[in-house]
Write a protein that binds this ligand. Structure first.
Ligand SMILES: [Zn+2]
Ligand SMILES: [Zn+2]
Length: 429
């Protein structure tokens, strides 16, 4: 679980097999960027991994001086990653942050050469070089400005964390919405640093990000919350977010690291999970069995994963939740979740009548699938697309399934019953 809290070296460190060897080899070859990508991926999955955190802190610290000569310098986004917040030292006044070696290697009586700031050893109140120069009278020691603290600021080396980073477990994130001030929406490579600087995600997490348009000058204190609400409600209306999304949203106004524009980043948490009923899980099992019995020609590893316990378990839980959302709202409801290698979408439709079910997709079912895929940046990122649909009148339930394998040589399956007959003919189905 990512907390963003300052890192302390634990007494026992459980090594990840091969990680230190691989990273150190890359590091010695000056391949800081590749080494850091590997470490960040590890920490994205396992934020409490002390070995990976120490490796990360070492790379980010050493590369500060070696970076100009390196074969692969660290990128700005890597150094600013929210995942590294636990080893960062941040100025309590201006918010500037940096990394210091003492964060991971507590050396007694360490003399910090050319320190980037000063810190109170009692409460960790920290000032960067500039803020310290402004606070000190002719270079005299600065008494700790924290209320009630009797410490004195010394060369800084203990981590403080970064207060603007959102402490959220990536497995609790439904989607991240990004808008930029001005008429032109950002590209994904512009939007990603605005996300990863504040949210513990990595570049591989681009499928989470939905980029939205904003009208110019909507980023003021007064208008940004209005814009945030409009974007979240709009995506919920388009069935890209589960119902009640605004209550699960955390809007943040941030500055892009690429272009210094104002960005609005909205992190939407997943709604509460519902355990699937044995009834629904059984229906899904039967449905998958019928598909297996039909013996499609091109089944491969992507299809095999669809039948795995991880994917079927999560699908059943999402479908249960979507079906009960749909029943409550008496309209179509959708839940989504990004798993390793699979995007799982579940839609509940509160009717068994097929023409009525089809009419719930305003532009037709294929257009909805296309819109969903676009929102996850699919095809790509090695992600398979799974869409379970449950049509139910409360007494009887009928399931449908669409599956678009990441490997396009494997057979795709479209829930044809949900496609209007004339559209089916037009698509040659
Ligand atoms: Zn400062
Ligand atoms: Zn203090």
């Amino acid at each position: 679980m990512f907390t963003g809290q300052p890192f302390t070296v634990p007494e026992h460190i459980e090594p990840v097999p091969g990680l230190a060897d691989r990273v150190e080899a890359m590091y010695r070859a000056g391949r800081y960027r590749t080494a850091m990508d590997e470490v960040l991926r590890q920490l994205r999955r396992d934020p409490a991994n002390a070995e990976a955190m120490i490796l990360a802190a070492t790379i980010v610290y050493v590369s500060r001086t070696a970076t100009l000569m390196a074969a692969e310098p660290l990128t700005r986004e890597q150094s600013a990653s929210a995942i590294l917040a636990p080893v960062a030292v941040q100025c309590s006044r201006c918010g500037a942050f940096w990394y210091a070696m003492g964060t991971v290697l507590p050396i007694p009586n360490m003399i910090v050469a050319n320190p980037l700031g000063v810190q109170c050893p009692v409460c960790r109140y920290t000032l960067c070089k500039d803020c310290a120069a402004a606070a000190s009278h002719q270079g005299a020691a600065i008494p700790c400005p924290a209320p009630g603290c009797s410490g004195t600021l010394e060369p800084a080396h203990l981590p403080t964390g970064r207060r603007e980073v959102l402490p959220i477990d990536p497995s609790e994130i439904e989607r991240v919405i990004v808008a930029r001030d001005g008429p032109i929406p950002p590209t994904i490579s512009e939007a990603l640093p605005a996300v990863t600087t504040y949210v513990p995600l990595v570049a591989d997490d681009a499928p989470f990000v939905i980029i939205c348009r904003s009208d110019p000058s909507q980023m003021s204190d007064a208008s940004a919350p209005v814009l945030a609400r409009r974007l979240v409600d709009g995506l919920e209306h388009d069935m890209l977010l589960a119902s009640g999304a605004w209550d699960r949203s955390t809007p943040m106004r941030v500055t892009g690291s690429e272009d210094d524009s104002d960005y609005l980043v909205i992190v939407v948490k997943l709604p509460e999970r519902q355990p699937p009923s044995a009834f629904l899980a059984g229906l899904m099992g039967d449905h998958l069995q019928r598909i297996a019995d039909a013996k499609f020609e091109h089944h491969g590893p992507c299809w095999a994963g669809l039948y795995s316990a991880d994917v079927t378990g999560e699908s059943a839980a999402l479908l249960q939740a979507a079906a009960s959302d749909a029943h409550q709202a008496d309209r179509l409801a959708t839940r989504t979740r990004i798993l390793p290698e699979y995007v799982v979408v579940a839609t509940g439709i509160p009717t068994l009548d097929l023409p009525a079910a089809r009419s719930q997709f305003p532009h037709g079912y294929p257009a909805y699938v296309e819109q969903l895929n676009g929102s996850f940046r699919l095809p790509g990122y090695g992600l398979n697309f799974v869409h379970w649909i449950s049509c139910s009148d409360g007494a009887t339930t009928q399931l449908h399934l669409t599956f678009l394998p990441a490997d396009q040589s494997e057979q795709a399956l479209l829930a044809q019953d949900l496609v209007e007959p004339d559209m089916r003919r037009a698509l040659g189905l």
